[in-house]
Design a protein around this ligand. Structure first.
Ligand code: IMP
Ligand code: MG
Length: 201
């Protein structure tokens, strides 16, 4: 992605000197240089396919879609616009990753749900399943609340890194063992705004 750091710099502009300094460091450093893995068009086609699959499975139901913050926000926003049935939206925020890329394995709920899950059809929306530790924790946590049904939709899956088995009911892309950013995914909170899914070298 030539020039994307420059674009971020241009946008950062003016008063926010700390952020600007941070972005300059990123632009200068040899660290993250995102290159496109899936274009916005490929993402759009995949989100369309997922929406069609989901639509087939929820006739006459009004599920709660639970987005896992923060990474799933963009995917969730695009997906639900294509779902033409009654649904509710909620979010949960979990802590798993620290600053680096290794999952600590110790997961906790940082921001809980506002909805009652008991007896409801629940569809979890996740950005990426990596080791699987985060989503396994969440699915167990939700199962204990006795939903009528519980399914998982993940935009990306990195099966080579799995440490615990995970059933993904609706899957967007299977991805290689590379660190992904963009379309909601972050590298230390940066790059969520990239419209394509990129790999950080
Ligand atoms: P897991 O517990 O190892 O499966 O990690 C899941 C969470 O880690 C995801 O919800 C992401 O927030 C984050 N994560 C894992 N891999 C990546 C990546 O390649 N890019 C950005 N975030 C990632
Ligand atoms: Mg993350």
């Amino acid at each position: 992605m030539p020039g994307h750091c420059q674009i971020l710099l241009d946008r950062a502009g003016g008063k926010d000197y700390n952020r600007r300094a941070r972005l300059e460091k990123i632009a200068m450093s040899s660290q993250p240089k995102p290159r496109i893995l899936f274009t916005r068009d490929e993402i759009e086609a995949t989100v369309n396919r997922l929406a069609a699959e989901i639509k087939k499975d929820y006739p006459g139901k009004s599920p709660i879609l639970i987005g896992v913050l923060k990474g799933s926000f963009m995917f969730m926003a695009d997906l639900i616009r294509l779902l033409d049935f009654r649904l509710e939206v909620d979010f949960i925020r979990l802590s798993s990753y620290g600053k680096g890329r290794e999952s600590s394995g110790k997961i906790k709920v940082v921001q809980g749900l506002g909805s009652e899950v008991k007896g409801r059809d629940v569809l979890v929306i996740e950005d990426i399943v990596d080791t699987g530790l985060t989503i396994s924790f969440l699915m167990d946590y939700l199962r204990k609340k006795k939903p009528a049904s519980l399914k998982l939709c993940a935009l990306t899956d990195k099966p080579s890194r799995r440490q615990t088995p995970v059933t993904i009911d609706y899957l967007g892309f299977t991805v290689p063992d590379k660190f992904l950013v963009g379309y909601g995914l972050d590298w230390d909170e940066e790059f969520r705004n990239l419209p394509d899914i990129c790999v950080v070298e």
